[in-house]
Structures are given as structure tokens and as C-alpha cells.
Ligand binder design. Sequence first.
Ligand code: NDP
Length: 306
Amino acid sequence: MTSAKIISGTEISEKVLGEVRGEAEAFRSRHGRSPGLAVVLVGDDPASTVYVRMKIRDCGLSGIESFSHHLPGDTPTEEILRIVKDLNGDDRVDGLLVQLPLPDEVDTVSILDSIDPAKDVDGFHPVNVGRLVRGDRDVLMPCTPAGVMRMLDEEGIDPHGRRAVIVGRSDIVGKPMAFLLLHRHATVTICHSRTPDLDRTVRNADILVAAVGRPLMVKKEWVNPGAVVIDVGVNQLTREDAPGHILEDPDRVKDFDKKGYTLVGDVSPDAVEVAGWYTPVPGGVGPMTRAILMANTVKAAKWRAD
Ligand code: NDP
């Protein structure tokens, strides 16, 4: 039985964060202040609360000053717009993000559109989306797809001439991922919930990116032998829903006993037996997303200061 090379997001993200620390320190020596990241959280969604806490912690570890704004869940759109406007005008703030999803009552599009594109470290503002689609080099890119590209580069995987299949077409992962791979001369297919014969299309992939949000949806049998498998999905799987090979993994069993669930991706982990390269969950794309957010903040700080 062959086994894929594991692409460790944990290790590569450490390297990225090491670079960020150096750049943040150099920025501080030059400008007399650290790069700054403002994070706006509206409401108490448990997952969002954890993500924001991790972002603030990453700032501390990276030499970036953080500014946290936690607003009640019933904060009106106008009030959030006012806070974003203040942060746009605050010179200590180089990067600004509003944690998604926002409560249903909030007009998410108008909030994202109100962020200064020069501070838009999530890369969701239409100006940055347009620049990314156009293929500009100097652009604040969405963190997850940018993190995936860095993983490919670190492994020496050149998308040029390869067939890339992306499952998922969200604005934050699937679509920008498609453009980044396209700009690097991959032949890109984007799949979604209405794609017929998904397994057949996936089996065609030299590079597969799964960004769906459905635990273990991509089966080992769907994977083209030797393919690069990038699993973006992060899903909670309970013991009741776990297939046999997951229940045989002692680390997963420990998770079930301790938390009642284990984190799995969109790809069944036994795909590692056929893939050429494979990103695990946890420890794959997740840490890269966080590290690129820090890298984007330092980038924004340098661009703004120059
Ligand atoms: P969205 O829910 O926004 O998009 C999911 C996409 O998957 C949609 O395009 C949807 O199609 C498609 N889809 C859903 N069901 C199927 C199906 N049965 N067959 C084919 N396609 C399907 O999710 P996100 O892009 O925000 O996130 C995707 C996953 O990645 C989630 O698990 C999320 O937690 C994770 N994630 C992980 C990150 C990380 O850092 N590791 C960062 C961001 C996300 P349609 O458009 O037709 O509805």
C-alpha cells in the first residue's frame, strides 16, 4: 500500500509566522509602532468566538498589535458601519476584518464593502476580488486560498498544465482558489451542489481542492491515484456517524472520549492511501489560513506606510 506525502500546514505555517515576526519587528524599528489588526465580532456565535480568540492570540505571537471590538448580537448595521469607518480612519490599524457570519439582520455586503480595500486583510472587498480575478500580484488575497497556494509552492507542486478540480464555489474559498490556480496555468473545473457525476469529475483531478463543509464526502475511490489532495473542510464528526476506519484511529477515539466529536475534513482520511500528497485535518489548511492573515496584516502595514 502506498501512502501520500503529508503536507503539514502546522509546519509550513510556523515558517510563515517566523517570516511575519521578522517583518513585524523590522516594521516596528522603522515606524516606531507595530503593525495593527482590528477584529470586529458581532454576537456570540461559539465558532466565531473561538476563531477571533485565536486571531488575537496569533497577533500576540507575531508582533502585531490587536484591537478587538466585540459588539452585541443586536447591533444595527449602521452602528457597525460607523465602527468600521472609525477603524478605516485609525492610523494604528493596518488590517481590519469583520468576523463572518454576521447575524441575519445585518447587511453583510454593505459592511464588507465599507472596509478600506487597503486594510481588507480578508480580501473580500470587491476591489480586491477584482484585482485577484484580473491576476494582479500585489493584492490582499483571501487567506485560505492564498494559504493553499503557499502549501503547493512549499512542496514544489507546480499547477502549470495540471487538471485542478475544486469542489465548492464560495466567495471565500472556491472561487478565489479557482482564479489563483488558473493564473498559475492549471486547467480548472469548479464543482458545486448541482454538479452531476461529481465522483467522475473528482477522479479526473491532478490537484483536488475540497471546500464543501460535508464530513468525509470525498471517498478514497474518488481520488485519482497520485493526486494532490487539499482538504479545506472542517467538520465535527460524532462517534455515531463515524465509519470504521475513523473508529480504529486511536487519536480520533481520544477526541470522541474527550469532546464527543472529532474534527474531519471533506475528504475521507483513507484517501491518503491513494493520493500523492495530502493535507490532514486538523493540521492542514487551517493553520495556513491563520498564518496568512498575519502575513496579510504585515503586508497591508508595509504598503500603507510606503
Ligand atoms: P460554503 O457553505 O460557503 O460553500 C460550500 C460549497 O460546497 C458550495 O459551493 C456548495 O454548492 C458546495 N456543496 C455543498 N454540498 C455539496 C455537494 N453535496 N456536492 C458538491 N458541492 C456541494 O462553505 P465555505 O466555502 O465557506 O467552506 C467550506 C468548508 O471549508 C467548510 O467546512 C468550512 O468550515 C471550511 N473552511 C475551512 C477553512 C480553513 O481555514 N481550513 C476556511 C474556510 C472554510 P452550492 O454553491 O451549489 O450551494
